[in-house]
Design a protein around this ligand. Sequence first.
Ligand code: F6P
Length: 357
Amino acid sequence: MKRIGILTSGGDCPGLNAVLRGAVRAASSLGWEVLGFLDGYEGLLNGGDYVVLDRKITTGIMAQGGTILGTTNKGHFVAKVGAGDKMAVPAAVIEESRATLAKLGVEGLICVGGDGSLTTALQLCEAGFKTIGVPKSIDNDLEATATTFGFDSAVACVSDCLDRLHTTAESHKRVMVSEVMGRHAGWIALHGGLAGGASIILIPEIPFDLDKVAEAIMRREEAGLKSTQVVVAEGARPKDGRQMLHVTGSGEYKLGGMGEQVAKEIAKRTGKETRTCVLGHIQRCGAPTVKDRILGTQFGVKAVELIQQGKFGHMVSYQNFEVTDVSIAEAVHRLRLVKPDSQMVQMARAVGISFGD
Ligand code: F6P
């Protein structure tokens, strides 16, 4: 019997369990055994921390958010910080992992993660590990795949929250500013804001001018529309300013606070009562949408197929409505950003959405 491994790494997102279930089912049909390593790559250390994943254990998990294997975006395997700085995973860590996989007889390792975790997968691959990548990100910012699972669920969450916020915004005739996730790319803000009926969407790719934001609100006011919904990506920044970073209790730099900043400036410039709502991790949790369940399942099945074909060093990718693959080396370090002149942005402008520019 062939034995393969799978792990989930980086920030969790809806659809991870669908990938696990899909991979386990596809592997079981081939008569293979699947070891699920716990807490991302960390499970490869200390001789291996894993559970045997079978059809029984993975039954009923598809509709659950998060990952039954646990995950981390810290630890011994971090190969990338933010969008740029790359680091080498220490040689001792790589050798310890190699020994674990050899001892357990694991013949292929499926690494499910975002750009940072796939950078680790690439380093393991370069060190001779038989790795397969599966892209994951609610931010949907990987160039090598047309979409990632998790994104649709995050957008559905934002849209649902805006639907709710409309009622209070209208009742009080207020400006509601919602800060959403999206460090480098504004996909969640753009799609979520559009679906939720926002009038102003501020994204990292289009630096904004607060006077323009205020003008858009006052134009609505003059037209008798007394409430306005503004969506701000956490990575958005003003034309003459920077992204907002804060330090967490554990000393990490995280984006956050731009929503509050924008709200304050709007209140100052328009005199309107303004409130901020930070959607935060709500966007990353809960049940995956139907689309993410299907995409996750497809990605899991494809990863097993890639092992079967011996296509190590490759990553599952979604292109032209088909699940296919690309080399991990080609896929990492290439962010997919919103193009300011894209059809999507133009159509948003056509329905009256302002990007504050
Ligand atoms: O990359 C996904 C993401 O959800 C970002 O949008 C967000 O900035 C970050 O992860 C939050 O990470 P953490 O869970 O460590 O706070």
